[in-house]
Write a protein that binds this ligand. Structure first.
Ligand code: CTP
Ligand code: MG
Length: 239
């Protein structure tokens, strides 16, 4: 089976509050999305990296992507939600990707991914979980509190044991055909709401994706403070 990457990048970055979508905000001298694309394109086994952009995207063409050559392919088929964007991207690539090929779905908003992390995900999934796929994730380090929903102020109702809890990251790696079926099968609004990543859609169909240990450096840029931290991480690596 071949390996492909799919990068949803059709969001508006509302929580970041920038003057353009966060994937295009400057980060270490490049648009933010550039760094994750470089990590994915740098993995020799990945044949092509598809980027799912909004049909109204006006920023993509303003940048130079030539360093990635024909390995990079933009698709202007983004949808209303992240899951819609991924589903549209899977449908748009169904003529070039076989059902048994692997799709590595990676948020444009995670710029500090390294090619070594991608290689570790691919190696582990192919060895341990070739039927179910897997994701990069991080064991939870903080003590977790559940808030009392009925209290007037935020009050602790319980301490949630953190043992066995992991934070999901991306890339998330599944067979193209399985993932297409999983994301297309959200039956009711409740099921669709519960699909917050690719793995959750796969779990609903009974798949048991494996967790591949990542590190905190692969953070998601959501707020301006995350952008500053991501920039610092890239600069430490000399990028
Ligand atoms: N995304 C997408 N299509 C959407 C919404 C999100 O492709 N309709 C992508 C984003 O571009 C991002 C990734 O999904 O790379 C993770 O989403 P998130 O961090 O929530 O980004 P935004 O939705 O852009 O940010 P916000 O929720 O703050 O508006
Ligand atoms: Mg969002």
């Amino acid at each position: 089976a071949a390996f492909y990457a799919l990068v949803p990048a059709a969001g508006s970055g509302a929580r970041m509050g920038g003057e353009k979508p966060k994937q295009y905000l400057p980060l270490a001298g490049r648009p933010l999305i550039w760094h994750g694309l470089r990590a994915l394109c740098g993995v020799a086994r990945i044949s092509r990296v598809f980027v799912v952009l909004s049909p109204h995207d006006a920023d993509w063409v303003a940048h130079d992507w030539s360093t990635f050559g024909t390995k990079l392919m933009p698709l202007f088929c983004g949808g209303a939600t992240r899951a819609d964007s991924v589903l549209n991207g899977l449908r748009a690539t169904a003529d070039q990707v076989r059902a048994e090929d692997w799709m590595l779905v990676h948020d444009a908003a995670r710029p500090c991914l390294t090619s070594a992390q991608v290689d570790s995900l691919i190696d582990t999934v192919c060895r341990d979980s070739p039927g179910d796929g897997g994701i990069l994730a991080l064991p939870v380090a903080d003590t977790l509190k559940r808030a009392d929903e009925h209290a007037a102020i935020a009050t602790i109702a319980a301490t949630v044991p953190r043992s066995g809890l992991w934070q999901a990251q991306t890339p998330q790696m599944f067979r193209h055909g399985d993932l297409l079926r999983a994301l297309a099968s959200g039956k009711d609004a409740q099921a669709i709401e519960a699909i917050t990543d690719e793995a959750s859609a796969m779990e609903m169909l009974g798949f048991r994706p494996c967790l591949v240990k990542s590190d905190p450096g692969n953070l998601k840029v959501t707020y301006p403070s995350d952008q500053r931290l991501a920039e610092w991480i890239l600069q430490q690596r000399g990028e």
